[in-house]
Design a protein around this ligand. Structure first.
Ligand code: PLP
Length: 400
């Protein structure tokens, strides 16, 4: 698969060679348990501490505020259930219509009833046609019964950024715990969480060039917390289970690299993304960008090619070795248009033909040239056989 052009980095990323290198000793000679008293285990503990410092450095927080977890989903689940456990008298959760299933499906399960838990009321805040959060609706929804607000920092499908500072400040005013799923944002935009009214934040290793199966939860000092996994004293009694040292070391190294590369995300990666987007909009009629084009991650563009099926585009791109995604990887397998595009009111004919391209620092100009060469003819060919009709119409004036 040497010739693959990988533009699906919001689904997962390649493990960086430096990250692979950093974790290898912990799959070999350095196999000690960091909790052991002996020196052999102790030397492993030093690497665990270093990884924690590196993750803290990426987020701009203190290392003791980082709890390692098995994935981003665990971090999201822990944050929300912890907030509910810390406010047992409150039964209202606020989130948004466009959250990842790691938050959305948990909230829905809590609304339907989970064993040993009360029934929760869940309010999902809408977004506008550009995917931007309706802050007024959010403010209206906050009440004295609200235990937690969970609002993503960046959307995985469109890259659109949410005003976490504003949302967090409104939560602080009302004494409500605020969690943000920053799994797509971490490592792509600069962050200094200590300066922000954020109580808890999730990140995931495999979105920033570490392997799958490792995540972290930031819990701001002083925030009430109740563990999700109860066991040993690991992670300061906040997450039981012997630490997966190789994966934690890998996440630490990936966080260090991400911090070093953060400027490149805003310049080099954004420039490639913009060139891809501009070229496709010029060369493929009836193409439109889903989501606000300014307030979004530097690596993501979600483009609808009207009157064609996203899956068909992906299959034909695949024949050229180009990897992209229609909707999010978690929703493929279903022919339902993505819940994110539906929440934005993207018309049916556009939602079905939507493709997400998500880049990384490893993409090159040549790869973008290649996509610009192969994709427009694919769209033309598919339009000719489209059941929605192949008449191309002027894009101006259409609902986005
Ligand atoms: N939240 C967002 C925004 C995501 O994009 C993802 C993964 O796609 C997750 C949560 C889940 O993370 P993980 O795969 O590490 O469980």
């Amino acid at each position: 698969m040497d010739n693959v052009i990988y533009l699906d980095n919001n689904a997962t990323t390649a493990v960086a060679p430096e990250v692979r290198e950093a974790m290898l000793p912990f799959l070999g000679p350095l196999y000690g348990n960091p909790s052991s008293i002996h020196t052999f285990g102790g030397q492993v503990k030093a690497h665990l501490d270093e990884a924690r410092e590196r993750v803290a450095d990426l987020l701009g927080c203190h290392p003791t505020e980082i709890i390692f977890a098995s994935c981003g989903t665990e971090s999201d689940n822990t944050a929300i259930t912890s907030a509910l456990d810390c406010h047992p008298e409150r039964h209202h959760i606020i989130s948004t219509r466009v959250e990842h299933p790691a938050v959305k499906n948990l909230c829905q399960a809590l609304a339907q009833g989970r064993p040993g838990r009360p029934l929760y009321r869940v309010t999902e805040i809408p977004v506008d046609a550009e995917g931007l959060l309706d802050v007024a609706a959010f403010e209206d929804a906050l009440d004295d019964n609200t235990a937690v607000v969970s609002c993503m920092w960046a959307n995985n499908e469109t890259g659109v950024l949410f005003p976490v500072e504003t949302v967090g400040a409104l939560c602080r005013d009302r004494g409500v715990l605020f969690h943000t799923d920053a799994i797509q944002a971490a490592g792509k935009i600069p962050m200094n969480v200590s300066d922000l009214p954020i109580d808890m934040l999730s990140l995931s290793g495999h979105k920033l060039h570490a392997p799958k199966g490792i995540g972290a939860l930031y819990v701001q000092r002083g925030t009430r917390f109740s563990p999700h996994i109860i066991g040993g004293h690991q992670e300061g009694n906040r997450r039981g289970g012997t630490e997966s040292v190789p994966l934690i070391v890998a996440l630490g190294k990936a966080a260090q690299l991400a911090r070093q590369n953060i400027d490149k995300e805003g310049t080099q990666v954004a420039a490639l993304r913009d060139r891809l987007e501009k070229g496709l909009l010029e060369k493929a009629p009836d193409a439109r960008v889903n989501g606000n084009r300014l307030l979004r991650l530097p690596n993501t563009t979600n483009i609808s090619f009207e009157y064609v099926e996203g899956e068909a585009i992906l299959l034909m791109l695949d024949q050229h070795g180009v990897c992209a995604s229609s909707g999010s990887a978690c929703t493929t397998g279903s022919l339902e248009p993505s819940h994110v595009l539906r929440a934005m009111g993207v018309p049916f004919t556009a939602a079905h033909g939507s493709i997400r391209f998500s880049l990384s620092v490893y993409n090159t100009d040549e790869e973008i040239d290649k996509v610009l060469e192969v994709l427009p003819p694919i769209i033309r060919r598919l339009r000719e056989i489209s059941p929605f009709g192949h008449e191309t119409k002027p894009a101006a004036g259409k609902a986005r």
